[in-house]
Each structure stands twice: as C-alpha cells, then as structure tokens.
Design a protein around this ligand. Structure first.
Ligand code: DX5
Ligand code: ZN
Length: 216
C-alpha cells in the first residue's frame, strides 16, 4: 500500500460501532484515527475513555489518537495503557510542548504534533527531532465534513522540505476535507498519512474508497 489511510471513527455510526470497526479491520486502511475533543480547545465534544476502550477491544489496526484538548499531559498515560500507537497533541494547546512529547515517548508511544490552519509550519522546526509525526490540520478542528482549506497544500510542501533537509523520519499526516478527489495531489505534495472521515463513512462503498485512497 502506497499511502497510510487513517479513517476517522468520528464519522462512524456510533449505534453500530462494532460493525464499523470490523469493516475497517478488513479494509486496506493502516490506522484508526480517534478524534478526541474536549469542548474547550475546540467548540465540540466527541467521545471519551469508555468508547475508546470499546474500540480498542475490537480494533485490529493501530490506533492514532488526535487529542484536541487543553492540557493533554493529564491523559497521556491512559491513552498509552489503551495501546494506542500514536498520540498527537496540538502545538497551540501545549505550553511546554517539548516536555509533552517527551512524556508521550517515555510511555512507549509515538509522538505527533498537530498545527491548526493559522499556525505557521516553521513553528515545528525545533520540535521535529523529537517527534514521529507532524499533523497539518486542513480544516479548523472540531467537526467532520468540512471543506479542505487549499493553503494547506503549500504548508505540506514547506514541511516536506524541512523534514527532508533535516534528515528526519517524521511522517506528515493531513486531516480535514481529505478524500478521493485530493488524495493523489496531497501525496504528490509530500503527505504520508491521510485522515478521512466523511469521505470514507459517507461513501457508498467505504472499502473501495479506502483502497482507492491507499493506492492513489
Ligand atoms: C476534525 C477532525 C478530523 C475530522 C475529519 O476536527 O480532527 O479528523 O473528523 O473529518 P473529515 O474527513 O470529514 O473532514
Ligand atoms: Zn483528527
């Protein structure tokens, strides 16, 4: 598979969550993306530990937790205990970001840092040596189903150059408004991992959509 596809469980049918997670288990996706929202950092709330525990019991793919919450340090250990592969925190939510990413790695989890659409990618430069993934938000976080912000492509190109020039192995993930129509262009710009919520769960054939995106 060429591209890492991380379907966002936020767009799943929560009344049939087990069915949807099993569908993803049998798909060409690489990760399951968990969008955690606290109603403070973003103007919406999503789901918490009881739901994540249920997902973890059924999931056969690594989980990629995207924490859109203030003071994420409080929950790093709990996410680590649930066996997530990545914990991604927002640069805008962390006063001591270097300490936070170190705490994630100390728990044996890969560390990611996300930036909002208004945040300059240059701000990632000093944390790049300490992280496994940088997440470019291509919508304002808080809701699925929003329109892709076109300026995000240039941010990906800049970040790709920063990463390649530094010799880092950090992955680039993109999140928001990603689907079959823009995945190839984004891969070309340098994205490694693609979060896809409504484009997967809103598709008539989610398995085919995931396969298409994974090979685009
Ligand atoms: C937005 C979340 C996204 C979102 C993606 O706050 O971080 O992961 O669910 O949804 P789509 O793919 O529908 O834009
Ligand atoms: Zn997300």
């Amino acid at each position: 598979m060429k591209n890492i596809i991380a379907p966002s469980v936020l767009s799943a049918d929560f009344g049939n969550l087990e069915r949807d997670i099993k569908m993803l288990n049998g798909s060409d996706c690489t990760w399951l993306h968990l969008d955690i929202m606290d109603g403070v950092f973003v103007p919406n709330m999503s789901f918490g530990f009881p739901v994540i525990e249920s997902i973890a019991k059924v999931a056969k793919k690594p989980m990629d937790a995207h924490l859109m919450i203030v003071d994420p340090d409080r929950y790093i250990e709990r996410f680590a205990k649930l066996g997530v592969e990545y914990i991604t925190v927002h640069l805008e939510a962390c006063t001591h970001l270097n300490r936070t990413v170190a705490a994630i790695r100390d728990c044996g989890v890969k560390a990611g840092v996300a930036i909002n659409p208004h945040t300059n990618v240059a701000l990632l430069e000093d944390v790049l040596p300490y992280i496994d993934m940088a997440l470019i938000m291509s919508v304002n976080p808080g809701f699925g189903g929003q329109k892709f912000i076109p300026q995000s492509v240039e941010k990906v190109r800049k970040l790709r150059k920063m990463i390649d020039d530094s010799g880092s192995k950090c992955l680039i993930e993109i999140d928001g408004g990603v689907g079959e129509d823009n995945v190839a262009m984004l891969a070309q710009a340098g994205v490694d991992a693609f979060v896809a919520g409504s484009s997967v769960f809103g598709s008539k054939d989610p398995l085919a959509t995931i396969t298409f995106m994974a090979n685009a």
